[in-house]
Design a protein. Structure first.
Length: 188
């Protein structure tokens, strides 16, 4: 447990050595998943400050886990196949572990439960997580350039955001219609 906490703190303070340690330790995959799940739960709880019901937390946690896996795979493909360097050596597991720990700042999103802090908390942690992601990608893909790691993250983030917006465009109206239908049936 102490090693997990030390890794979590190291990842949050953007310590490159911590990301190297996580990258090399195959047993840290479960720890990375725990960080992602805790961050997702904190996000769901913090989103309550925007008026989102706490009943959405489990759905948010599952969605975050799938998003994390998809982003890791997408980042892997971009970093290893599209923008590699001669020194790029990595596998999906290494990248998933480092990206998982890069979700660490998301634990602070729980403070978004206070409505006055919600926007600032989510903006700050999003930027912080992007910085952590850049460090994670740089270490996992053995880049010597932070700019290259940033480019991989920005391309991956943009593609993932586009996918999520498109998915939201189709799913949210369906969910709202279903919720409206249930409320209408209860009124009968």
């Amino acid at each position: 447990m102490t090693r997990f906490i030390r890794r979590l703190i190291g990842s949050v303070v953007l310590d490159a050595a911590t990301y190297e340690d996580v990258e090399a330790d195959r047993s840290a995959t479960w720890q990375a998943m725990i960080v992602v799940l805790l961050s997702a739960v904190a996000t769901g709880v913090g989103a309550h400050g925007f008026g989102i019901p706490l009943s959405v937390v489990p759905v948010a946690a599952i969605a975050a886990l799938f998003t994390w896996a998809a982003w890791a795979l997408l980042t892997y493909e971009i970093g290893v196949r599209l923008l590699p360097t001669a020194d790029t050596r990595s596998d999906v597991g290494e990248l998933m572990r480092t990206i998982g720990f890069a979700s660490g700042p998301g634990l602070l999103r729980v403070f978004g439960v206070i409505p006055e802090l919600a926007t600032a908390t989510f903006v700050l942690t999003s930027v912080w997580m992007l910085f952590a992601m850049v460090v994670a990608v740089r270490q996992a893909l053995d880049f010597s350039s932070t700019v290259r790691a940033l480019a991989v993250c920005v391309v991956g983030w943009t593609l993932m955001l586009g996918f999520l917006i498109t998915l939201g465009y189709w799913v949210v109206p369906t969910l709202l219609f279903a919720q409206h239908s249930i409320v209408s049936l209860r009124a009968v």
